[in-house]
Design a protein around this ligand. Structure first.
Ligand SMILES: Nc1ncnc2c1ncn2[C@@H]1O[C@H](COP(=O)(O)OP(=O)(O)O)[C@@H](O)[C@H]1O
Ligand SMILES: [Mg+2]
Length: 384
């Protein structure tokens, strides 16, 4: 096929960034939102300090353009914020953004040298962008909860502690389900690939050796955990359905993470297991295009949005997407590359320079991009 060149029009990144930033501050999954509600509920929590990211810093973090000097300044800023708040930095710390830890590269979120805090935060933030978790304006510094040193690790240092994911409905004050965070089948499926591609066979063995212990502990404790959650969440002032992650360390249970249920892994199991969640067919706010697509795929709106939240531009063989409000020039370029390789020649004219409007119209027509009523855009890559 003949190679064609396309000039991609400038996109108003400042405006897109601003919209993204404003949306992020309303995200209920932000640690600042739920942590203040549960920190005194009775479960142990790690000592935690949250540093808000202002818009200038946000733009820099998402800029993909990091000089050593700027990283040093970022580092100094974080350290001074911690000092100002008397947060003890003379210990191992756990780092994450308001929603994302990059735990699959655990050496990024475990901090043993305070002078690397800026660099490691940048790594986490950048990984977050790549997996579509650029949905927060917060940096979170926590006390690192120590595990028994005999516990084996995966993902470059993450201890294989027994962890419980409890789904809780704050409107009905009841537990909807509890899952072993380390689900054997899920893990074997994903870890197998990871172990091979990343040459981490040792980690696969660690998992294999530890999972029987975890499964036993999970079964032994899960009724107790459910009772504890019901007892302690009764008076917490949150609404809706959430996942609550508890990590067992010795005889203690630490509440380490929460997220809205619909955004949490294993939520699909809740749907299957309890049937308590209606397959909502209320597609308010979605365009006809999206509604038709969802119906065609026989999915609920939540399932569909969840897919959009988990796939990235590289998953082009599956249904794949990128949020319009974070799309960048290189995404558009890769989209066009993909279209060429798919010989959708009728959609592109030789050397034509498109305006943004024209380009959107082409993409919309081809079914690659679908506008939402709220002004956002989704790219949908489909083999045609
Ligand atoms: N303060 C902490 N100290 C030690 N390990 C932690 C701490 N917080 C989380 N972890 C470990 O890291 C994992 C990921 O942390 P989490 O806060 O849940 O991030 P994410 O939002 O990316 O899932 C947890 O499942 C737990 O094993
Ligand atoms: Mg988590």
């Amino acid at each position: 096929m003949k190679r064609m060149t396309i000039k991609v029009p400038k996109i108003d990144l400042e405006k897109l960034n601003k919209e993204r930033y404003e949306k992020n501050s309303k995200n209920k999954n932000n640690l600042s939102y739920w942590f203040s509600m549960i920190k005194d509920c009775g479960f142990k929590v790690p000592e935690t300090h949250i540093i808000p990211i202002n818009f200038e810093l946000f733009k820099w973090l998402t800029s993909d353009n990091y000089s050593d000097e700027m990283i040093d300044r970022f580092n100094d800023f974080i350290i001074s914020e911690l000092k100002k708040n008397n947060f003890n930095t003379e210990r191992t710390l756990f780092l994450k953004t308001g929603t994302f830890s990059d735990k699959f590269t655990f050496k990024n979120c475990k901090l043993t040298d305070i002078n690397r805090i800026g660099y490691q935060f940048l790594q986490i933030f950048y990984s977050g962008i790549l997996v579509g978790a650029n949905n927060t304006n917060e940096l979170v510094v926590r006390e690192f909860i120590k595990s028994d040193p005999h516990i084996k690790t995966i993902y470059d240092g993450m201890p294989l502690n027994t962890e419980f994911r409890v789904f809780y409905d704050f409107d009905k004050d009841e537990v909807m389900g509890v899952f072993n965070y380390w689900d054997r089948k899920t893990m074997i499926d994903s870890l197998g690939e990871y172990a091979i591609s990343e040459k981490k066979v040792e980690e696969f063995k660690n998992f294999r050796d530890t999972i029987p212990v975890i499964e036993k502990e999970f079964e032994d404790c899960k009724d107790f955990v459910v009772k504890e959650v019901e007892e302690k969440m009764k008076n917490v002032d949150l609404n809706g359905q959430w996942s609550i992650d508890l990590m067992k360390i010795g005889n203690d249970f630490y509440l380490i993470d929460m997220a809205m249920a619909k955004d949490s892994y294993y939520y699909d199991k809740i749907i299957k297991q309890t049937g308590k969640i209606n397959r909502t067919k209320d597609f308010t706010g979605l365009t006809e295009n999206i509604k038709n697509l969802i119906t065609e795929l026989d999915m609920t709106e939540n399932e569909f949005l969840k897919i959009l939240d988990h796939l990235t531009v590289s998953d082009i063989d599956k249904l794949s997407y990128d949020h319009g409000d974070i799309f960048r020039e290189r995404d558009i370029e890769s989209l066009f590359d993909y279209m060429y390789s798919d010989s959708s020649e009728e959609n592109v004219n030789n050397n034509k320079i498109y305006t943004e409007e024209e380009m959107r119209a082409i993409l919309e027509k081809s079914g690659y991009i679908i506008p939402m009523d709220n002004g956002g855009l989704y790219f949908i890559y489909r083999k045609i």
